[in-house]
Ligand binder design. Sequence first.
Ligand code: TXA
Ligand code: MG
Length: 309
Amino acid sequence: MRISLEKAHQLLLSGHVVAVPTETVYGLAASIDRPGAIDKIFALKGRPADNPLIVHLANKEQISNYASAFPEGFFELADHFWPGPMTVVLPANKEMVPNQARAGLPTVAFRIPQHSLALALMEWVGPLVMPSANLSGKPSSTCKEHVEADFGSHFPVLDGGTCGHGLESTILVHKNGKWCIGRLGAIPPKAFAQVLGYTPVSLIEKSKPVCPGQFHKHYSPKAQLHLTDDPYGCSGVVVGFQDRSYPKASKVFNWGKLSQPQTVAENLYKVLRQLDQEGISEAWVDMDFPPEGLWLTIGERLSRASQRD
Ligand code: TXA
Ligand code: MG
């Protein structure tokens, strides 16, 4: 249910949870000063208590209240990439960041989103703790209708239209003196080299991921996805490119052109959700795209989405 900025402000301050748009995906927001509302987020999503949430801020000045240390390079990263789809994990000021938001960790993840409604709301309410606005394990929400599909048509949504990026933020973690990628996202790893002087390496493949969310099932529609890098091998229901033909396909869900990874990213969760809306039980996904830039994130999300429990 669409609500005004005023209503969102009022609900958040009275300890309720509302959905808030960002430039990446919609978030399920609680005020950082309402621990009871933070508990509600975990209950609503069915989110495991060991998976911490991101603290969203309106401006860089607010961070000094909530973080206790700033590793080398942090301020340069913040100046260059905020507001924007970068999340940075820092040592927490434990007194200021509720334990359940951090899942008991001594660190906390921060982000300043680039969305005028989210920023206006946080200037008013203060920092918001928010995970993506989807049921745990399911594809994220990139529009109001997705949020309502997961949480009901009466769930309060600050409607900011369709999210521009369509993929979650890139998470950076500082380890052994260097910034590393904890989760691939809307900013490709190479883009950080212009600020850091090196491309952060990925910690995702390691047996013990640094972002607890990487342990859990994610982004999955009910439909079983079969990933293939042979477009001509795709048959039956196919998720693929507008400018490719799939001779053996009975139906194609197209997410855009191969030349436009940003459009594919924007459509990714919408297409995964459409499979479920149309009751599709299995689909072949065309993975024949280059392993670089935004495609790295798109490929990672699809690979996670195809995993069964
Ligand atoms: O774009 C985004 O980041 C969106 C929008 C709403 O801002 N949010 C989002 O939140 O994707 P969520 O909860 O779906 O994913 C947060 C990820 C999880 O993988 C979690 O484990 C990780 O951030 N995370 C949070 N706090 C952390 C910490 N202290 N250390 C390492 N990873 C952390
Ligand atoms: Mg999520």
